[in-house]
Structures are given as structure tokens and as C-alpha cells.
Design a protein around this ligand. Structure first.
Ligand code: 5GP
Length: 236
């Protein structure tokens, strides 16, 4: 593996320089919640998230979504294109739960007629505050309305693809967070990860949670749930 200098460590991943065009992403076993107030670790979670991300990024690429994914390296590493990450967390919700329920007092589990796209400013010190289109421009996170619309339409497209893919696997995609970045020539690509750390999945028959809410809510069997998501991806 061509892993050169260390660049950055996040809550669940480490990034290393690889060459002029690419970075190596390492998936860690660490788990955090509530802006890292709650910390834990599950041996093998990094490998599961690497595998899940690779499968889902291949799926999205094949469906026409431009992503940073280049290739798998090994169990916990993948190679991705080097990007300037846009400091926005793009959240798509199909069902009200989590912070939406806390903010708006809507009954947990209420289905939305249409998917809801939200933006958060990616800043741990500020607790990733919710922002609107105008904040994106004032804070210079995106340059114009075209870029804002592009992120929203890509997020909706990703949701359409993933929602039907997981429904075939008896999982309801409740909500998820994605991130995007720009190449040196200004092209916007899907970046980061798509895993049970960044999505909520509920079993279609039992409504059992198969995602990081098991850690957030101390339900237990976190790794078993992530394994179940990977199994459903691989063995449909
Ligand atoms: P909520 O706003 O309800 O806490 O989260 C909405 C969705 O976005 C959930 O699927 C959640 O896992 C994901 N999400 C929100 N913020 C983050 C974050 O900082 N990191 C990760 N990995 N996922 C997030």
C-alpha cells in the first residue's frame, strides 16, 4: 500500500497522502456520538464500514453518481481521489427521527411525503449547526445557487438509489448524511463514507434499528447489526 504522510484524523477515519491525485482512507473501530461526548470502540467495525462503503460507492458510481472512490486497498483501507472537502453535511430524511424529532416535536417514525434535504455546517466545535442556502453563500461554503442545487439534487438521487436498493434487502433507509468535495478543477464528487455510522436503517418487518443508534441508545450488539447490514448487501 502506498500510504505516505499522515494528513488528518477524524472521529471514525484517518486520511493519508498517497500521491498527487489520491489519498488513503483508513476506517477506525472507534465509535462516537453526541459530538464525541460519548466514545466507544467495536473491534472489526472499521473493516465492516470499509466494505459497506466500497459496495455502496460502486453501486452509486454504476448508477451515475460521481464519487471519490478509486479502489479497495485492504480490509480497512480504500484509495480515494484527493478533494477539498466542502464543509457541509448534507442530510436526507425519509422518516422523522433523531434530531428532527427533538427540534420539531414530530412523532418519531412519521414518514415524510417527500424526502427532506437539510444542510449542517461541518464544525465540531460549533456542534454542526443547521444552516440554510443563504448561510452557505455568506460562509463561503458554496459559491452560487447552481452548486447548492447540485448538492441537493445529488443527495436526492443518492437517496432514490439507496432507498430502493435497501428496500430490496428488507431495510428501510430512514435518513443519512453525506459529504462532497471538489477536485482541483472544481468538479464536485461524493466523498467520505456511507455506512451504518452515517445512515439509519430499520428492518422492514420488525423496525429493529441496524445502525449507530444501537451505540447512541445503548441497545447493544452494534457490530452484529453492522454485520447484518453487510450481509444483506452481499447476499441478497
Ligand atoms: P440527526 O440529525 O437525526 O442526528 O442525524 C441524521 C442522519 O445523519 C443520521 O443518519 C445520522 O447518522 C447522520 N449524521 C448526522 N450527523 C452526523 C455526523 O456528524 N457524523 C455521521 N457519521 N453521521 C451523521
Amino acid at each position: 500500500m502506498n500510504k505516505k504522510e499522515f494528513l488528518y484524523e477524524g472521529k471514525a477515519k484517518k486520511i493519508y497522502n498517497s500521491d498527487d491525485d489520491n489519498v488513503v482512507i483508513e476506517f477506525k473501530d472507534d465509535l462516537t456520538a453526541f459530538n464525541a461526548e460519548k466514545k466507544g470502540s467495536e473491534e472489526g467495525k472499521g473493516a465492516l464500514n470499509n466494505k459497506i462503503t466500497i459496495e455502496l460507492f460502486k453501486l452509486l458510481e454504476n448508477a451515475g453518481v460521481k464519487t471519490h472512490f478509486v479502489k479497495k486497498i485492504d480490509d480497512i483501507h480504500l484509495l480515494a481521489k484527493k478533494l477539498d472537502i466542502i464543509m457541509i453535511e448534507v442530510i436526507v430524511r425519509n422518516v422523522a427521527t433523531g434530531s428532527f424529532v427533538k427540534r420539531f416535536g414530530v412523532k418519531d417514525g412519521t414518514k415524510f411525503d417527500k424526502p427532506l434535504v437539510e444542510f449542517c455546517y461541518k464544525d465540531d466545535d460549533l456542534g454542526d449547526p443547521f444552516i440554510n442556502d443563504e448561510h452557505c453563500k455568506v460562509l463561503d461554503l458554496l459559491h452560487d445557487d447552481n452548486e447548492i442545487e447540485y448538492l441537493k439534487s445529488e443527495a436526492r438521487k443518492i437517496n432514490d438509489i439507496l432507498k430502493s436498493y435497501f428496500l430490496e434487502r428488507k431495510l428501510n433507509l430512514i435518513d443519512f448524511k453525506v459529504e462532497f468535495g471538489k477536485t482541483s478543477n472544481g468538479e464536485i464528487l461524493l466523498a467520505d463514507e456511507i455506512t451504518p455510522d452515517s445512515c439509519r436503517f430499520w428492518d422492514v418487518d420488525s423496525n429493529e434499528k441496524l445502525d449507530k443508534d444501537r451505540f447512541r441508545e445503548d441497545i447493544g450488539n452494534v457490530k452484529v447489526a453492522y454485520e447484518e447490514v453487510l450481509n444483506r448487501i452481499l447476499n441478497k
